[in-house]
Ligand binder design. Structure first.
Ligand SMILES: Cc1cc2nc3c(=O)[nH]c(=O)nc-3n(C[C@H](O)[C@H](O)[C@H](O)COP(=O)(O)OP(=O)(O)OC[C@H]3O[C@@H](n4cnc5c(N)ncnc54)[C@H](O)[C@@H]3O)c2cc1C
Length: 438
């Protein structure tokens, strides 16, 4: 067992709640357990919480990467019953109530899996190698480097076919992330390309959005879907609906609508799958690699193991497909599980989870967003203001809120941004960060 923490050395008799993952669900749960009669150990493979909704703005160079991350230790400085360790969980052993991590093993009385989700390439290894995922800050920075490096190369290459491919951007997946990313790329083409690269023409930069369903933002209202399509079409994004990527070899992207696009930039926002540590049996894992849980988020077949957020799947008569993979669902599950864990410890009755959907928002660019708030559907400037306010309010940390607000204000008035740096060279052959290069 690892004894790297002060809480471990106290030989506490309080039940130990181990939470894997300091994302939206795990952090909320740990915060709610402040001063509760339990010891909380939070483990995460990163030492910071990531605000994923703004990853695309990091990828496009609109905001700086640090402003959407927040150090986990900083959040819990005043929590006496809390310990954090930077550790990647490798395996769960439910028989001995032990988890194995890359820094050692640890026992738990209650285990909460809040590991979120990862990019789903649907088993296609070639696409996985060549397409760019965007699930965390390093991946968003990879995209930022790729975009800038490819535009730099386009400026100097004498090969017109290569130039075409370097300046062609294909976003796969027409959910909120794909819509936001393609809208931001289109805006970059209109506002920034020719300011930064005098030798490149905005007419040479192409942005495509490929979506398998017959509409964009399929989880939103028909009004929001239609408006998003209209906004993107006006911004010169070529949209292929009811279209699936068949293959991508790093140059040719083949789509099942018969089109082949020459591109060096494929940004993959087409799906996620639950991130489940080894040790959870196959019968507890559903389609999409999410863990079946009951109405108090307890993993099927276990008394003391729970899963919340994107990693979990709660099927109820009202939610036959589970809850949406969004931050509010993870947060609400974390909140209720804190209460329910304390009820369980005291032998009291627990409360079933009910999701409160406060609405969905997506932005398509300057002054353009769509919002579904129950029966109210907003589009355009007011939806965009609301989108901005909701995201600023939801960010962790006062300084981050200020930095993002200021960056947005400066970007809005200057129609530019200052974050287009290649600080980590992305090696387009190995598809990894190249510390040696440049
Ligand atoms: C690009 C993008 C945009 C999005 N936009 C929105 C949006 O606008 N609105 C919205 O509501 N939702 C949005 N989402 C979805 C939302 O971010 C997720 O639903 C939410 O983060 C799920 O919370 P979670 O706590 O389940 O997992 P996460 O927040 O993903 O946290 C999981 C944590 O677990 C850690 N972890 C994973 N595996 C291990 C391991 N083995 N060992 C240790 N630690 C581990 C990770 O490092 C991470 O910190 C977006 C997601 C993405 C990727």
């Amino acid at each position: 067992m690892f004894t790297v923490t002060s809480q471990d050395s106290k030989q506490s008799r309080k039940p130990r709640v181990v939470i894997i993952g300091g994302g939206f669900g795990g952090l909320t749960l740990a915060k709610k357990l402040k001063n509760a009669p339990v010891d909380v150990l939070l483990l995460d493979k990163h030492n910071y919480h990531t605000f994923q909704p703004l990853l695309y703005q990091v990828a496009i160079g609109s905001i700086e990467a640090d402003s959407i991350g927040f150090p986990i230790r900083r959040i819990f400085t005043r929590h006496d019953n809390f310990t954090f360790n930077l550790a990647e969980v490798q395996k769960i052993d439910a028989i001995t109530n032990t988890i194995t991590t890359d820094i050692g093993s640890v026992n738990y009385d209650y285990l909460v899996i809040a590991t979120g989700s990862n990019t789903n390439f649907f088993g296609n290894k070639e696409i996985e190698h060549f397409a760019m995922p965007m699930k965390n800050i390093p991946e968003a920075l990879n995209i930022r480097s790729l975009i800038i490096q490819n535009l730099e190369t386009a400026l100097v290459t004498g090969d017109s076919r290569e130039k075409f491919a370097l300046m062609t951007f294909v976003v796969v997946g027409g959910g909120p992330t794909g819509v936001e990313l393609s809208g931001a790329l289109a805006e970059m083409r209109h506002l920034i390309l020719m300011k930064d690269y005098h030798g490149l023409s905005k007419y040479d930069m192409r942005v495509y959005l490929v979506e398998g369903k017959d509409k964009l933002l399929a989880a939103m209202s028909p009004e929001a879907s239609a408006k998003a399509k209209e906004f993107l079409t006006k911004a010169d994004v070529t949209i292929y609906n009811s279209a699936h990527v068949e293959s991508y070899d790093g140059f040719y992207l083949k789509i099942d609508n018969g089109k082949t696009i020459k591109t060096r930039n494929v940004l993959w926002a087409a799906g996620v799958k639950g991130e489940v540590p080894e040790g959870i049996p196959a019968e507890a894992i559903a389609k999409g690699n999410r863990i079946y849980v009951d109405e108090i988020n307890r993993v099927k077949g276990y008394e003391n193991i729970f899963a919340i957020g994107d990693a979990s799947l709660m099927i109820t008569p009202e939610t036959p497909n589970g809850h949406p993979g969004v931050a509010p669902a993870a947060i609400q599950q974390g909140e209720l599980l804190a209460e329910n864990l304390l009820h369980l410890i005291k032998g009291e009755a627990t409360k079933p989870f009910k999701y409160h959907d406060k609405g969905t928002l997506a932005t398509i660019g300057r002054n353009k967003a769509v919002a579904d708030l129950g029966k109210i559907h907003l589009q355009g400037f007011f939806a965009w203001l609301l989108w901005g306010a909701v995201h600023i309010m939801s960010l962790a940390g006062f300084a981050n809120k200020g930095i993002i607000f200021l960056s947005w204000a400066i970007n809005y008035f200057t129609k530019n941004s200052d974050n287009r740096l290649v600080v980590r060279y992305f090696n387009t052959k190995t598809r990894e960060i190249d510390a040696e290069a440049k």
